[in-house]
Design a protein around this ligand. Structure first.
Ligand code: UD1
Length: 417
């Protein structure tokens, strides 16, 4: 299996360009199912989750063409199949994004339940409640969700819990429903705003994305459009944490700071120097790293996906830090690996208690999910000696060519196959 080999102690320096966001491009690819004609996407990151979504869409009969340079063409005019089987869906929770579009455009869908992943149980009850509220008949059978409706009907939906996935699916489904749908307590993530922008470009009438109240006036049909995917705030945040750990200075260009306010705020509180100029964000590492208490929350709170990279930084804190995880129970699997590098962390309930240490020492470690991988790379950049990181199948899901990008910033990193 391939591994990343990192020799720590070399500060990251220079500039790097933000990439398109994984959590935006996946639902937008699924939303192509809603459209007649070609959809053209730009700034599509070269990550394995995009290839998995491309595989699911191809299986459904969508034409998928990678045009090079981060451009992708999709066309669902000859969609032949509304069934997304387990073998494809189980590889990625975001596969469930195809359910709302299939149901809205073709009146039916049969999509495998995502089940669980290393982060914990991945529930879809809120997605299914939204489909039912829109008038679909929904049932579960043999691990599959089957939903049917001749035409969805607009309605009012209150989400008892903020869910990014359910907000996306409901917005996509409502865009072809008859009449108006109002979503209350919707997720406000920038990736939802990007999905809404794409839908608007296709002719959908969506208002309020980015606020807890989204209004969708259903239309008869959507036509394909061109769209450049928004920047990946999670990758940017991870690079900033890596820079802080490495003791360097990096500018990430084209990464809207308003998507990162909670993150930049915590990095500043941790004693790091953060400067913003337009859409460019620069972090200059400072010592000591100050200890923090942070709680993850839906946007605009501190994102669960940046919890592991931030903890990697707090490992070098000047006292005791605490990280309370409120979104995913299983998010702490990476902690044992950081401990192998010399960290002093205890997990109790949903909280990591981090006692700062003076230095880390390289060791072999394994990534258990995408962001665990980001945290381990960050820690390895600060560790004395060599760290070898396995589990690249997770890292490749969310970070495009991470070794070449970090090498261009001065890291001593190579990938061995
Ligand atoms: C979540 C994160 C998102 C992150 C992504 C990474 C939040 C709010 N969401 O989005 O920021 O980028 O993971 O994979 O931070 N839930 C239910 N029933 C449902 C759906 C969700 O109980 O039908 C629960 C989940 O178990 C979780 C919470 O709601 O505890 C948020 O889930 P959701 O936002 O839907 O997850 P993702 O869309 O995967």
């Amino acid at each position: 299996m391939p591994r990343l080999i990192i020799e720590g102690g070399h500060p990251l320096r220079g500039e790097t360009e933000a990439l398109g966001a994984k959590n935006a491009v996946l639902p937008i690819m699924a939303a192509a199912i809603l459209c007649s004609g070609d959809v053209l996407l730009e700034r599509v990151p070269d990550i394995s989750d995009v290839r998995v979504m491309a595989g699911i869409l191809t299986e459904l009969g969508v034409e998928v063409e990678f045009l090079g340079g981060g451009r992708l063409r999709l066309n669902a005019d000859r969609l032949a199949n509304t069934r997304a089987p387990y073998e494809l869906v189980r590889r990625m929770n975001a596969s469930f994004d195809v359910a709302g579009p299939l149901l809205a455009r073709f009146g039916e869908c049969e999509v495998a339940l995502p089940g669980g992943c290393n982060l914990g149980q991945r529930r879809v009850n809120l997605h299914l409640d939204a489909f039912r509220a829109l008038g679909a008949e929904v049932h579960r059978e043999h691990g599959m969700v089957k939903a049917q409706a001749t035409r969805l009907r607009g309605t009012s939906i209150y989400f008892p819990k903020v869910s990014v996935g359910a907000t996306k699916n409901a917005t996509m489904a409502a865009s072809l429903a008859e009449g108006e749908t109002v979503l209350e307590n919707a997720a406000c993530e920038p990736e939802i705003v990007d999905l809404a922008r794409f839908l608007q470009a296709c002719g959908a009438r969506v208002e309020g994305a980015g606020t807890p109240r989204i209004r969708v006036e259903g239309v008869r049909e959507l036509r394909g459009a061109s769209h450049a995917v928004t920047s990946d705030r999670i990758v940017t945040g991870t690079i900033l944490c890596m820079t802080a750990l490495s003791g360097g200075e990096v500018t990430v260009r084209n990464s809207p700071p308003e998507h990162l306010e909670a993150v930049l705020g915590e990095l500043r509180k941790a004693g790091q120097e953060v400067r913003v100029q337009g859409n460019d964000v620069t972090l200059s590492a400072r010592r000591p790293v100050r200890s923090l208490e942070v709680t993850t929350a839906p946007f605009p709170g501190f994102p669960t996906d940046l919890h592991p990279p931030l903890v990697a930084l707090l490992v070098l804190g000047d006292g005791v830090s605490m990280l309370h995880e409120t979104i995913f129970d299983g998010r702490f699997m990476y902690v044992g690996e950081l401990v192998r590098l010399g960290a002093n962390i205890r997990v109790s309930d949903h909280t990591a208690v981090i006692n700062g240490v003076r230095f880390l020492a390289g060791a072999p470690v394994e990534a258990s999910d995408i962001r665990a991988g980001g945290a381990l790379i960050a820690a390895a950049l600060a560790a004395e000696g060599e760290t070898s990181i396995g589990g690249l199948e997770f890292i490749d899901r969310g970070y495009e060519n991470v070794h070449t990008r970090l090498a261009s910033l001065g890291a001593r990193i190579r990938r061995v196959e």
